[in-house]
Design a protein around this ligand. Sequence first.
Ligand code: CAO
Length: 426
Amino acid sequence: MTVLIEIKVPDVGNVAEIDVVEVLIQAGDVVVLEQTLATLETDKASMDLPSSVTGTIQQVYIKPGDKVSEGTLVATVLANADQIIAPLAPEPEVHIEEPAPVKLPETLSVPIKSVTDVKVIELDTAQRKAHASPSVRLFARELGVDVAKIKTGSGRKARILKEDVKKFVKKVMAEGVVASGAGIPSIPAVDFTPYGEIETLKLSKIKRLTGQNLTRVWLNLPMVTYHDEADITDLEAFRTSLNAEKVKGDVKITGLMFIIKALVAAMEQFPNFNASLSADGESIILKKYFNIGIAVDTPNGLVVPVLRNANTKSINELALELAEKSEKARLGKLLPADMQGGCLTISSLGGIGGMAFTPIVNAPEVAILGVTRAKMQPVWNGKEFVPRLMLPLDLTYDHRVIDGAEGAKFMAHLKQNLSDIRRLLL
Ligand code: CAO
């Protein structure tokens, strides 16, 4: 037999005005015994109001912001007669009050001997006061969220609601990389307006994503950058003569194409550079293909198109492909597939200038080659100083995969091939 049950606010200890903070049901909802119907709050505590029956909500009589007291009708529920038991008392929430601040005497009578005498005690988040109902706490626990980490809620008196838990999870997911930074404190927000006029511009999506990725890599990889110079005097003479043969409309050959070729040759010789570390850090995955990523500067930020199978392509083919892909990149027309599957990245600032820099590895790759501007320099040949065109190279590698000596040998091989590109035929 079906009966209509009235659920009322039970005795909560002679409190006249109880605030309704949250109502979690609506007409038509099926509720089960002990399911939280609403969250109530007095000056002293907050509590979840549980259902005393299993059934279907017929009508809800309260809304957030209402003031209720013992006996106020909360909802009517259609239930089977055999389901009915005595009304359940609300589940009270225990508030953990923040400890009173410790007042320091204005003058310390005991001199501090050294910095090591000072002990900073960080309150465990669980000890801090979190203003949330048991149902919200349960919801947060199910998602693995510590409610104490949600600083303020959007409910009355900054109470934490389910929506706040959801927002917190979304924020943590969005900032995943930064939040996983081994508890590194974030940079505090600063109001710059007292110092002068400011303008706030939104970062482009590429910049935001690149920033997250770079932060993740910076925090996860122990990186070393090794600097050296390659003598590209002969290479440059050859390159200039090649370009002189080009007719209008042909794609120009820049030094970068030879760097790609020399890099691939060095990767063939040192397979650890054409590898990735497995996610558990237990194995090295060696790649038998040679896809080179090229960092391209665009108005919206840095993107890295990938030249696939660079080992099988000629200098002219590479030049044509890079011209096409960098143009697409600058127009924002690269597809995700154009930027996937890279083995090692080159970041060339040579067209702009520079002497050296420390590029960040494009993980899961294990190394990146930075290039800055070649410069004519006096080089001692054993008898005299001769003018040579020297190309600065910066090799950053993941030290978990590549040892220092291996990095230096890789660079030596690369330099040798760039100094005498006939070696690339061997
Ligand atoms: N030394 C001296 N001159 C160099 C040079 C070097 N290392 N590298 C390039 N040049 C010269 C080129 O020969 C060319 O000269 P001409 O105009 O006289 O022919 C000029 O500089 C411009 O070259 P380029 O930059 O157009 O061509 P590229 O093949 O060297 O590079 C690309 C292509 C796409 C890599 C480059 O345009 C680019 O976007 N670079 C920026 C990458 C970047 O932002 N990296 C930073 C990542 S970390 O934040």
